[in-house]
Design a protein around this ligand. Structure first.
Ligand code: ATP
Ligand code: MG
Length: 326
């Protein structure tokens, strides 16, 4: 059984669909990123997943129980299985760090002794053991988010939902918080679903990613593949087709060692292959490692040409075909 199963979720506001037929699963211990532009439906989806909002139709099975339809009293208990981390931390300013972390345990009726022990354990986990008696105003943004994460973990949730958890932080602090979340996932085996509008966050933390657009899932896969597809979509000709046609030219991606970009690569290929090559784009390869993607257009894609390309590049991939120059 998956920890979370979302089936055909629909949420509309005044006849406008904010979420349309959303389906996905999250296995126990997985890290799923949900990315999309402003207005794509990310927060609406997260509110449904956390039980703060109810969809018009569809199922949200958390550990097999449907949050979309359970009675309110049961939903209150189910929601304790979910930890929430917010963009703006949502800490109580009049409570100390320790008292903020203790809050969900107080609400759940945990006695003081075990509660204090649990809070100490959590502050240790997030690296704030020395800050227990401070108030939120005395903390940096990154430290405030650590308190937010400790509080979210207090009641041993099965699922951690993060809503733009690093969007209010600078790049270095973002790094540290993402590392902490990855660590928590690793050490506790905790399942994490996070939403963000930053591809970099998805790349750092996600094992899988869903791309939301206007309330629909438009792509899903490993972050590196999604990132790669996005980059290519931005540079490929709009009339690209997947099959060759009469006289068509091929668009090929060559992945080469960075220093090869400075060699007369296309000239050498032209001489070896009796084909013409036009350089379309050069960009750093998605997997880094100092490699470059060189996207070229060629008028002749014979077996001999493919062999020559493969001999000169680490990889050669046909991306599609375009009509010849008119
Ligand atoms: N309570 C509401 N009442 C009416 N419309 C809403 C409500 N909440 C969201 N919407 C609409 O649903 C759509 C999705 O909004 P949502 O807040 O989920 O987007 P988002 O992806 O979180 O955007 P952002 O990145 O800006 O936070 C938007 O068109 C929004 O106007
Ligand atoms: Mg939002």
């Amino acid at each position: 059984m998956n920890l979370l199963e979302v089936e055909r979720l629909n949420r509309t506001f005044g006849g406008q669909a904010a979420l349309h037929d959303i389906s996905f699963n999250v296995g126990k211990g997985q890290r799923l990123g949900i990315i999309g532009r402003s207005g794509a439906g990310k927060s609406t989806l997260l509110r449904c997943l956390s039980g703060l909002d109810r969809p018009q139709s569809g199922r949200i099975l958390l550990e097999g129980e449907d949050m979309a339809t359970v009675p309110e009293a049961r939903l209150v208990l189910l929601r304790r299985r979910i930890g929430l981390v917010f963009q703006h931390f949502n800490l109580l300013t009049s409570r100390t760090v320790a008292a903020n972390v203790a809050l969900p345990l107080e609400i759940a009726g945990m006695p003081k002794g075990p509660r204090n022990k649990r809070v100490a354990e959590l502050l240790d986990l997030v690296g704030l053991a020395d800050h227990a008696a401070k108030y939120p105003a005395m903390l940096s943004g990154g430290q405030k988010q650590r308190v937010g994460i400790a509080r979210a973990l207090a009641a041993h949730p099965a699922l951690l939902l993060c809503d733009e958890a690093t969007s209010a932080l600078d790049p270095e602090t973002t790094e540290a918080i993402l590392a902490l979340l990855a660590d928590i996932n690793h050490v506790l085996g905790l399942t994490i679903v996070f939403i963000t509008h930053e591809m970099d966050v998805v790349r750092r933390l996600g094992q899988q990613v869903l791309v939301l657009e206007k309330g629909r899932i438009v792509a899903r896969g490993a972050p590196a593949d999604i990132l790669d597809a996005n980059r290519l979509a931005a540079i490929l000709p709009p009339d690209l087709s997947q099959t060759p046609h009469d006289g068509s030219h091929a668009i090929v991606r060559l992945t080469v060692a960075a220093q090869s970009v400075f060699a007369p690569l296309l000239h050498t290929l032209e001489q070896q292959c009796q084909a013409r090559f036009t350089l379309l784009h050069t960009l750093p390869a998605a997997d880094g490692d100092g490699r470059m993607d060189v996207v070229v257009r060629t008028n002749s894609l014979s077996v001999a040409t493919m062999n020559a390309l493969q001999a000169h590049a680490c990889a050669a991939e046909v991306l599609g075909y375009v009509p010849p120059y008119s």
